[in-house]
Design a protein around this ligand. Structure first.
Ligand code: NAD
Ligand code: WQD
Length: 349
């Protein structure tokens, strides 16, 4: 089976490409490198095969995606390609909509023209906004609170409508907070510019690229006053995509308790651990893993941040036969290995 991985040069896509390759899939990567690099593709090839097909193209380009499908005999798609910065989306809502929804429209159209029906989509816990009750299940209210989140809601709706129309079999995977890196230390997260996210920023402080981590708020209504998230190892997340593709393909794996999902249209599934950790807990765990405290200071809350969220991951266990197995210390140890081996990201690899 050949699987097209759009956005496969990026953080989650590259880790997923490795897992899919190791599971015996023929992986084809399509990425416009708008937030990644040729060096990331080379790192991916070093862990998979030197001739792993890579197409540099915009996923909104129906002809380019169609050619990739035909040339490589693609019969399933994992669609990661999107812009992902919340602050970037507030600065450029139109650009985010055009890229994230436009790329999804392009991929869907190319799939339709070429008779491909199975797609796994990168959604996000951001679609839940500030949860009204915890843990969040897939039936929790949807309420995007920023333009980035709105693009994910729009893509989910588009894919659900296409599935209703009979053209697609879709799994919408709602990721919680991915961190960590491949255990080799040679594939990891390489954010451009100043990282928005907690762990990449923290690791850049630890490696000496930045002076101090700002902890955004210690006055939340949480046990230690800092905000709580469900951090998940990127390789666990990658394995969730393999499980999702297997279910869509009608796997007869006995762990998959509901193989009928392959023909039921569109389902949303949380990919999280089910455990929440506060910012101060992450900081303390990182200090232990790194072997010294990470310089930090508490500052005010970040605009738009939610207080706490974590997943109910039971549907993923029931439907996909998948659950996260790696804990916070392993996520941070793997992220730290990557950061130490590549202090400036792929640039100095
Ligand atoms: P990333 O930026 O590292 O990877 C995205 C990749 O897509 C990049 O390589 C980029 O160059 C590429 N890309 C962007 N627009 C494209 C287009 N129009 N055509 C082709 N390629 C394009 O981000 P990531 O963290 O790996 O995220 C992957 C997906 O998961 C995204 O859809 C993101 O919204 C979603 N997601 C990420 C997180 C997170 O915290 N990282 C959480 C939930 C959901
Ligand atoms: C985690 C916690 C911050 C940076 C975002 C998107 C979400 C999803 C994941 C894509 C929060 C605190 C952070 C820092 C800090 N992405 N923090 N100092 O905000 O949960 O989610 O990424 O879909 O859509 O909104 O992740 O890593 O930015 O923050 O104190 O320098 O760390 O306040 O409590 P977040 P994050």
């Amino acid at each position: 089976m050949a699987v097209l991985v759009t956005g496969g040069a990026g953080y989650i896509g590259s880790h997923t490409a490795v897992v899919l390759h190791e599971a015996g899939r023929d992986v084809v990567v399509l990425d416009d490198l708008s937030n990644s690099s040729v060096a990331a593709v080379e790192a991916l090839r070093a862990l998979t095969r030197p001739d792993l097909p890579f197409i540099r193209a915009d996923a909104a380009d129906v002809d380019a995606v169609g050619r990739a499908i035909v040339d490589h005999g693609v019969d399933e798609v994992v669609h990661f390609a999107a812009f992902k910065s919340v602050s970037g989306s507030i600065a450029d809502p139109d650009g985010y909509h055009r890229n994230n929804v436009g790329s999804t429209v392009g991929v869907v159209e190319a799939m339709r023209r070429n008779g491909v029906s199975r797609i796994v989509f990168s959604s996000s816990c951001t679609v839940y906004g500030e949860p009204t009750s915890l843990p969040v299940t897939e039936d929790s209210p949807i309420s995007a609170s920023n333009p980035y989140g709105a693009t994910k809601v729009a893509c989910e709706e588009l894919l659900a409508a296409e599935a209703d129309a009979g053209g697609l079999d879709v799994l919408l995977l709602r990721y919680f907070n991915p961190v960590g890196a491949h255990s080799s230390g040679d594939l990891g997260e390489d954010p451009r510019g100043t990282p928005d996210n907690l762990v990449p920023y923290l690791m850049q402080v630890a490696v000496g690229r930045r002076e101090s981590l700002s902890v955004f708020g210690d006055d939340y209504d949480t046990p230690d006053g800092s905000a709580i998230r469900d951090y998940i190892h990127v390789v666990d997340l990658a394995e969730g995509h393999l499980a999702a593709l297997d279910v869509l393909a009608g796997s007869d794996d006995e762990d998959v308790r509901d193989p009928s999902v392959g023909s039921t249209g569109c389902r949303a599934v949380n990919l999280g651990t089910g455990a929440g950790h506060s910012v101060l807990e992450v900081l303390a765990a990182a200090g232990r893993v790194i072997g010294r405290p990470v310089p930090h200071e508490v500052v005010g809350r970040r605009d738009g941040d939610i207080e706490r969220i974590w997943a109910d991951p039971s549907l993923a266990a029931d439907l996909l036969g998948w659950r996260a197995t790696r804990g916070l210390d392993e996520m941070l140890a793997d992220h730290w290995r990557w950061q130490q081996r590549h202090p400036d990201g792929y640039g100095t690899g």
